[in-house]
Design a protein. Structure first.
Length: 456
């Protein structure tokens, strides 16, 4: 279920009504009193049995093993699954008790603010009481097809009300935008409803058909599923942290390099965009297009290790300087491998100055031995170097650059990718053809890359 204190904290906006937080606290207090009174009226101790105790133990285990799983808007929750099973078999009051115990356990383990715990009780407890009461009012025959249909609808209603109540209270307490938050969570909500409801129906069927054995299995499943969810969430969180660190370091290096060589960041962004579009025009997969784009951003990262004198304008470079420059693909590849980021990118970066005739560097690879995406980076880099205004040579037109690329196709560059670039440029305007305004930050899109790393 959706919970406070782990939900979209970054979406807070400036307070417009200072008293809205007080209103949220008042609604919470009234909600708790109302839910407790409702549960007391609806309570039917005669319906409880040892099966309820087994399920309750499953919920406790699920919360003990599953707490601390990180921020998620809507997630598969052991207590939510148990609540559905319990109100199907023992009524809404018993289900409310399960939710209360679950939330108190989470609060004791995580030690977040008492105020938030109270809001969670309302946000989770009220939907259980409403959905459970409506389910009982339908008077379906236990175990029938109508019973499971009604249970599925009641469970879906429970999750929907949970989201609405929690986001509603949060919008008043923290000024989170209500409708945009609801809309943003809708897709995740639908997926969560499908997963949770299917699991709850299966668990209910096991309890009805197999009695103690089925109930024990359902309780064990709650614990195991919550624990696995915690492991997955922890792994994703660590992956996101690692990706953030790795990309932060690389971004910082490239931006620092731009201080020494002002064209570095713009050139990297331009090569990345051209490389991605060439790969798309050549019919490569979306994965290869993204790989080409990433390699384009990082292809010159090895220049960071070069001496400052290499970047001094007007300086005549010595043979020693040229030897150092020819090592930048190797240095860049080694840096990427050390950071453990995108293994294939390191290979592409190392080979982006190879020539199809075998006269390139650093390994003098020939056509078939050069990674295809490295050939694409080579085409994109030469084109941008010829057409950009910030290079060490006079910029030429797009037509003149393509003429030069075709002249060296088959010896320096791959002819197929030169023609792929030609087709890309044919449908593009002058701003694209001369990427003087290419922006490294936009092409990097750091937040997207970090989020993708967290789910990969």
């Amino acid at each position: 279920m959706v919970r406070q204190d782990r939900y979209l904290a970054d979406m807070r906006v400036a307070r417009a009504w200072p008293r809205r937080d007080s209103l949220a606290r008042g609604i919470t207090l009234v909600g708790i009193v109302g839910c407790v009174a409702w549960a007391m009226v609806a309570a039917d101790p005669g319906r409880l049995s040892w099966l309820f105790g087994v399920l309750a133990l499953g919920v406790i285990g699920a919360d003990l093993f599953g707490t601390g799983t990180g921020a998620q808007a809507v997630h598969v929750s052991g207590s939510a699954l148990a609540a559905i099973v319990v109100f199907a078999l023992f009524g809404p009051a018993a289900a409310f008790a399960v939710v209360v115990v679950s939330e108190l356990i989470a609060w004791l383990v995580e030690r977040y603010r008492t105020e938030r715990m109270a809001m969670n009780l309302v946000g989770s407890g009220a939907p259980v009481l409403i959905a459970g009461t409506l389910f009982e009012a339908l008077h379906t025959v236990e175990g029938s097809a109508g019973f499971y249909v009604a249970l599925a609808l009641a469970a879906a209603l429970m999750f929907a009300l949970n989201l609405l109540i929690v986001v509603g209270i949060t919008s008043m307490l923290d000024d989170v935008p209500f409708w945009s938050t609801i809309w943003g969570a809708l897709g995740t909500l639908l997926v969560s409803i499908g997963i949770n409801v299917a699991l709850a129906l299966a668990a209910t069927g096991l309890c009805l058909e197999l009695g103690l054995g089925g109930t024990a299995f359902a309780a064990f499943t709650l614990v195991a599923f919550s624990y696995m969810a915690r492991l997955v969430s922890t792994a994703r969180h660590r992956s996101k942290q690692y990706a953030s660190l790795s990309w932060g370091v690389l971004s910082g290096l490239l931006r620092t390099l731009s201080i020494r060589d002002p064209r570095a960041a713009r050139h990297a962004a331009a090569v990345a965009a051209f490389a991605r579009d060439i790969a798309r025009e050549a019919g490569m997969s979306a994965e290869d297009q993204e790989l080409a784009h990433t390699a384009g951003l990082l292809h010159d990262i090895g220049n960071f290790a070069l001496s400052d004198r290499v970047f001094e304008r007007g300086r005549v470079l010595t043979d020693e300087d040229w030897d150092a420059i020819r090592q930048h693909p190797v240095l860049g590849a080694d840096m990427l491998r050390d950071l453990g980021l995108y293994g294939p990118v390191a290979e592409i970066v190392r080979a982006h100055h190879e020539r199809v005739d075998g006269r390139g560097y650093p390994d003098r690879l020939k056509a078939d031995s050069i990674p295809e995406l490295a050939k694409i980076i080579a085409v994109a880099e030469v084109y941008d170097t010829l057409t950009a205004a910030d290079t060490y040579r006079t910029a030429v037109s797009s037509f003149q650059a393509l003429t030069e690329l075709r002249r060296v196709a088959g010896s320096q560059l791959d002819a197929d990718y030169v023609e792929a670039l030609s087709r890309v440029l044919a449908g593009s305007d002058a701003t694209y053809r001369h990427a003087d305004a290419a922006d490294f930050g936009s092409e990097l899109d750091l937040e997207r890359r970090i989020n993708e790393a967290a789910v990969s």
